[in-house]
Design a protein around this ligand. Structure first.
Ligand SMILES: Cc1ncc(COP(=O)(O)O)c(C=O)c1O
Length: 375
């Protein structure tokens, strides 16, 4: 029977406690949200919503075409200019998602005969970029510049190292300065995904590369998403103008994809300008994360010390992680749940996100619920 194998896979998933389900979120959810990636609490900020609405009124509901045909509006160009300037890079190119931006950066910068050195903890979109690229991928130990150095030493010709700046599972930061040094010793490029760093790390949220002194470097390329701290949707690649020009000509997820919806571009631009005016939001997100971690640890829970806004709490098994998250939800708290195959090491976790707009009382309540429902 066609697709018969799907039922076998579904049965295996049920057996392993790994079934995923969709839960539509009502507009007025009563749950305290520690699951979204809205780190700065901007997704429903009046200025961000107004930016989306104004852009939709001016430009319409969709971009109407791919970026090289009709999908580049003046708004896209404005967003690219301000994103590049904010993060300290020469140029930026906006994509319909961070996923597409990662596929673009890795595939376009790793031609046939090249080497890609990829951190074992990288996000799925970077991994898929490696899978689609013509170059050969070598996966190296997590957050280990020496492993990157060693891998690069085995190769002649073009090479890039790719890494998340903040890893989405445990919220730990990559050793960016060390990675850049290892790449420079071998004349390799460094491609880093700052999805969880933009808006949280660096001066006023200018991102992890800025914090590491790598902003504007001619051998560093940064990808970001507009969907987390900027509360919108879409992605971007930031880097030297010649790299961006290369992507315009060579990146398939840029060329063969409809441009970012104007409303998303308008929302991201409004959020970026707001962050420029209110840089303390970034510091507050970090402060909430640190406070959350301290309270969880004091309550006897095993939490990883956060380097940005993601706080990860270990769970004993996938089934218990799912039950724990469900019990939190029943007690009014929405937390994320990571389990195989989304975790590279097979360890299941609750994944909490610290938001700049959480009050001390809300943080305390969250810790009480998590502690009170632990398996
Ligand atoms: C590290 C990382 N990179 C890339 C992405 C993809 O970004 P987007 O959601 O904009 O496609 C995500 C998650 O969404 C992520 O966590």
């Amino acid at each position: 029977m066609a697709f018969g194998w799907i039922d076998e896979q579904a049965a295996a998933r049920r057996e392993a406690g790994l079934v995923r389900t969709l839960r539509p979120r009502p507009a007025d959810s009563p749950l305290l949200d520690l699951a979204s990636n809205d780190y700065l609490g901007l997704a429903r900020h009046p200025e961000v919503v107004a930016g989306a609405a104004a852009a939709a009124r001016t430009w319409g509901g969709g971009a109407t075409g791919s970026r090289l045909v009709t999908g580049t509006t003046e708004l896209h160009t404005e967003l690219e200019r301000e994103l590049a300037e904010f993060c300290g890079f020469e140029a930026a190119l906006v994509f319909s998602s961070g996923y597409a931006a990662n596929l673009a950066a890795v595939t376009a910068l790793a031609p046939h005969g090249s080497l890609i050195v990829s951190d074992a903890g990288n996000h799925a979109s970077l991994i898929d970029g490696c899978r689609l690229a013509r170059g050969t991928t070598q996966v190296v130990a997590h957050a280990d510049p020496d492993a990157v150095r060693k891998a690069l030493g085995t190769h002649e010709g073009p090479a890039v190292a790719v890494s998340d700046t903040v890893f989405s599972v445990d919220g730990d930061a990559a050793p960016l300065a060390g990675l850049a040094e290892a790449c420079r010793e071998h004349g390799a490029g460094l491609v880093v995904d700052d999805a969880h760093g933009l808006g949280v790390l660096g001066a006023g949220g200018r991102g992890a590369p800025q914090a590491a002194g790598l902003a504007g470097a001619d051998d560093v390329v940064v990808t970001v998403t507009l969907s987390k701290s900027l509360g919108s949707q879409g992605g971007a690649v930031l880097g030297p103008a010649r790299v961006v020009e290369h992507l315009v000509n060579a990146a398939r997820t840029f060329i063969f994809d409809t441009g970012l919806a104007p409303a998303s571009a308008g929302a991201a631009l409004a959020a970026l300008r707001l962050l420029g005016r209110e840089p303390q939001r970034a510091a507050r997100a970090r402060e909430v994360a640190t406070g959350l971690h301290a309270r969880l640890t004091a309550a006897g829970l095993e939490a990883v010390r956060p380097d940005a806004a993601v706080v990860s709490v270990r769970a004993p098994s996938p089934e218990e992680a799912v039950q724990w998250a469900a019990d939190c939800r029943a007690a009014g708290l929405f937390v994320g749940c990571f389990r195989p195959p989304s975790v590279p090491d097979g360890i299941s976790r609750l994944r909490l996100t610290a938001r700049a707009d959480l009050s001390e009382e809300q943080i305390e309540r969250a810790v009480q619920v998590i502690g009170g429902t632990r398996p």
